[in-house]
Design a binder for this molecule. Structure first.
Ligand code: AMP
Length: 113
């Protein structure tokens, strides 16, 4: 998608602090971290949000979770982390490219606001 900032990061056209990448997924540090460790896990392929995923995307959705675990290990938060996606504006989604927030490095409260 021409106008998508995360597509540009995936294509290497916009700089990001990449923690992990493979053929289908990418993990990079959030510009505005909400915890000592805060990475975003995205598919390289543009999917606007989780609710836009279809049955054919099942493998990709699984890979995103495995990328989150690999990233958690690289960030040394594998024993305690939160993986969350904001789906839709009212849920806090501000970038229309599917992404999971991987947060850790501090006590995480529940429920989130
Ligand atoms: P959300 O509000 O759930 O859509 O999350 C979008 C996240 O993307 C926010 O936490 C932003 O801080 C982060 N963000 C936006 N642009 C960039 C960027 N160029 N590099 C890294 N993180 C970004």
């Amino acid at each position: 998608m021409a106008d998508c900032i995360f597509c540009k990061i995936a294509a290497g056209e916009v700089n990001a602090k990449v923690v992990y990448e493979d053929a289908d997924t990418l993990a990079f540090l959030d510009l505005n971290p909400q915890a000592p460790a805060h990475a975003l896990i995205i598919p390289r392929r543009h999917l606007p949000r989780l609710a836009a995923a279809e049955d054919i995307d099942a493998g990709l959705l699984g890979k995103l979770q495995l990328t989150a675990v690999k990233t958690a290990k690289l960030l040394k938060i594998e024993t305690a982390f939160r993986l969350v996606t904001n789906n839709g504006k009212a849920a806090g989604q501000s970038v229309d490219h599917l992404h999971y927030h991987l947060l850790g490095g501090r006590k995480l409260l529940w429920p989130p606001g």
